[in-house]
Design a protein around this ligand. Structure first.
Ligand code: SAH
Ligand code: SF4
Ligand code: F3S
Length: 471
């Protein structure tokens, strides 16, 4: 994932820097946003960027160059949360250096650590001027102005009644061919290991009309592929034009009618929320890509119950069989946790067995991490670190072999690739296969933004390479 997300620079003149250092609002200020965590944070950073652009902020090339530094944080595992504090240490040094040169720097911590820790962040890192949760970042411009005027740190971690999406400016022109679009937020599942229900709040779906408008705007500015996002995206139940709640399957079929939108994806899904219509859409809607990220977390039913996952291993196998029946050409991806409290060796073996049974094209796996405030964090039969490390290594060896097998099976096939960025070497472009693999190929510049047939000739650990055919 991109470490850095920056304000979309407007075309035009470089604003005067004569007021550089002044803590007053005005054109010429620059923002640097660093994004941690999931795709929803990437989306949020883009929206913050747009909100700040309306306030005169432009992209900063580095933290040193930024009048405003925003860390958009993730609280999912301890390591992710701690990274924020090491970054703040670095930001403090830069802020002091800039101050010595007569330039002020505002520092904002936003996202899930902001929500979880609130004012504690300012106590631990006084360099921070603003702490803003994921549901109130539309207020950033106003909070910045207030914090500057009142010369004190502000904390806003409310879940406001007003809807953040109604207060954000419309999407700006994007220069990319793929985009994220958040359609659902929050989670009511309360898996016992997970902080998301506490950091993102209750499940909430955006209205169909609003999603459609945003999708159309993205397509009008050149986007060819949209990934619909939600912490629990397939629990989507947004209000449709008929006043009824529409499911994700219905939303996908609706968006597929937008001319110029070539590909639709969605992430992340919960096995319990894969309804028949969504499954059927995989077989019927050609714009819906044959890739599905469907976390199962663990293979032993006792652990799944302790995790409050609300599904068994057999449920998962049965569900995957039904989805594959609708769409046999499907790349499956998943999330797995090893070392949940009390997980025994034989239970871990059941996780390996489930992976063998299903066969994944791709997977993300993690050592269980104790999270404050979660029920599992209070359990006392925590698995020792070295056991978790050993299990993770075994698991990843198996997953890597499955990923390699999936990639190897692509060699010799001709896949439609959406080219979306230049490659490392001159004359090379990189795109995505329908299965979300990166594909490298020699390609003319005008191939950017187009879907072209690529005959796959080889593969590496994380990508495929091939030759464009019939161009
Ligand atoms: N909403 C998604 C993903 C949420 S977070 C879902 O329900 O699947 C992404 C992944 O992080 C989870 O799927 C889980 O595998 C992992 N994760 C969440 N909490 C964790 C914890 N305390 N320790 C280790 N991994 C965790
Ligand atoms: Fe977390 Fe579970 Fe909700 Fe996913 S479904 S966000 S893992 S609580
Ligand atoms: Fe992290 Fe928050 Fe996403 S905890 S994974 S940034 S929802």
């Amino acid at each position: 994932m991109d470490d850095r997300l920056v304000t979309e620079a407007e075309e035009g003149e470089e604003p005067s820097r004569s007021d550089a250092g002044a803590a007053t609002p005005g054109p010429g200020r620059k923002v640097f946003i660093k994004t941690f965590g999931c795709q929803m944070n990437v989306y949020d950073s883009e929206r913050m960027s747009e909100a700040l652009a309306g306030d005169g902020y432009r992209e900063a090339a580095s933290i040193e160059d930024a009048d405003l530094v925003i860390l958009n944080t993730c609280h999912i595992r301890e390591k992710a949360a701690e990274k924020v504090y090491s970054d703040l240490g670095r930001v403090r040094v830069i802020k002091e250096e800039r101050k010595a040169g007569g330039r002020d720097t505002m520092v904002a911590v936003v996202g899930c650590v902001a929500q979880a820790e609130g004012a504690e962040i300012v106590a631990r890192a006084p360099v921070v001027d603003l702490v803003v949760g994921p549901q109130s970042y539309h207020r950033l411009p106003e909070l910045l102005t207030r914090s500057r005027a009142e010369k004190r740190a502000l904390v806003d971690t409310a879940f406001p009644e007003e809807e953040k999406f109604d207060h954000l400016p419309a999407r700006m022109r994007t220069h990319s061919f793929t985009a994220f679009l958040t359609v659902q937020e929050g989670c009511d599942k309360f898996c016992t290991f997970c902080v998301v229900p506490y950091t993102r709040g209750m499940e909430y779906s955006r209205r169909i009309a609003d999603v459609e408008l945003e999708a159309q705007k993205l397509v009008d500015s050149g986007v060819r592929e949209i990934t619909l996002l939600g912490q629990n995206v397939n629990a989507y139940h947004g209000e449709g034009p008929d006043g009824r709640a529409w499911s994700l399957g219905k939303l996908i079929r609706h968006l597929a009618r937008i001319d110029g939108l070539e590909r639709i994806r969605y992430t992340t899904s919960h096995p319990r929320d894969m309804d028949e219509d969504l499954i059927a859409a995989h077989g019927e809607e050609p714009k819906l890509m044959p890739y599905l990220h469907l976390p199962f977390q663990a293979g032993a039913d006792r652990i799944l119950a302790a995790m409050n996952r609300k599904h068994t291993a057999a449920d998962y196998v049965d569900l995957v069989a039904r989805i594959r029946k609708a769409q046999p050409d499907l790349a499956l991806s998943t999330d797995i946790i090893v070392g949940f409290p009390g997980e025994r060796d034989e239970e871990f073996e059941q996780t390996l067995a489930l992976i063998e049974t299903i066969g994944f094209a791709q997977a993300y796996s993690f050592k269980y991490s104790v999270r404050p405030g979660t029920p599992a964090g209070k359990l006392d039969d925590q698995v020792p670190e070295e056991v978790k490390a050993e299990r993770l290594a075994r698991l990843q060896t198996l997953l890597e072999a499955q990923q390699a097998a999936f990639s190897a099976a692509c060699v010799g096939r001709t896949l439609p690739v959406l080219f979306d960025k230049p490659g490392r070497h001159p004359g090379q472009l990189v795109g995505r296969s329908p299965y979300l693999q990166s594909v490298h190929a020699e390609a003319p510049g005008d191939a950017l933004g187009r879907i072209l047939p690529v005959e796959i000739s080889s593969f590496g650990p994380n990508s495929l390479a091939g030759v464009i055919r019939g161009h």
